[in-house]
Design a protein around this ligand. Structure first.
Ligand code: 2AM
Length: 217
């Protein structure tokens, strides 16, 4: 048997209740996920543990160091608050939230096609009590985010549909109302990978773990 892992079928309109019938009884063991998907059959392998998931770009050292320098400048300006930890800095492309089947998300993301593209820090801004660093709004970045969201929607995977506003959170709940002027160091990278991330609350704040990756073509 080419596909020894059980796949369970669920009805399109029945999001939460899986029908515990292995799909290979219904559709044959050789049917790929893509085949099942193309024929409108939504499958889940199992009801796994619920996880909080998001899809993001992780940074090279050059961008990470530039972001840390921006955070340092804020600290020197006596801004206290919830600074994003160095290992947690990222740019979110889509936020899925609570979901049980990360493998299904990874397989869905395999349909995304993107060529390596550049990312450059070029601004700062705020959404209320969240201050962020921004990257130039490249067509490729937006296209890749749009593709990811298209395939998630097509696969019936829920995600936050708020308009994509690329930003890298530097600090939440800053102790002052307005961001002081800070220097944005020159920094860039070529994006060749996009990560499926798991977010958990740890003793010392959020822990983000990469649990899947898609690579550029
Ligand atoms: P942020 O990008 O504004 O910091 C993990 O929670 C990541 O997903 C964070 O980067 C977070 O916000 C982003 N995110 C996007 N939409 C979210 C939502 N509706 N709830 C929580 N986090 C969200």
């Amino acid at each position: 048997m080419t596909n020894p892992r059980p796949i369970f079928r669920r009805g399109k309109s029945c999001h939460r209740h899986l029908i515990a019938v292995p799909a290979y009884f219904l559709y044959g063991a050789n049917r790929s996920l893509k085949y099942l998907h193309e024929h409108g059959i939504i499958v889940h392998r199992k009801r796994g543990k619920i996880m909080r998931l998001f899809i993001a770009i992780k940074f090279n050292d050059e961008i990470k160091n530039a972001l840390l320098s921006m955070q340092e400048q804020l600290k020197r300006a006596n801004i206290r608050g919830n600074y994003t930890k160095p290992e947690n800095l990222h740019l979110t492309l889509a936020f899925i939230g609570e979901y049980r089947d990360p493998d299904y998300v990874t397989e869905t993301l395999e349909q995304v096609r993107f060529k390596p593209f550049g990312l450059k820090l070029d601004g700062v801004g705020s959404f209320g009590k969240l201050w962020w660093a921004g990257s130039s709004a490249s067509v490729e970045l937006h296209n890749t985010a749009a593709q990811i969201r298209h395939f998630l929607a097509d696969a019936d995977i829920p995600f936050d549909r708020k308009k994509f506003s690329p930003h890298i959170t530097l600090i939440r709940e800053p102790s002052k109302p307005a961001m002081p002027a800070i220097e944005i160091p020159e920094a860039s990278m070529t994006v060749t990978e996009i990560a499926l991330m798991r977010s958990e609350r740890g003793r010392n704040g959020m822990i983000y773990t990469e649990i899947g990756t898609i690579k550029s073509i």
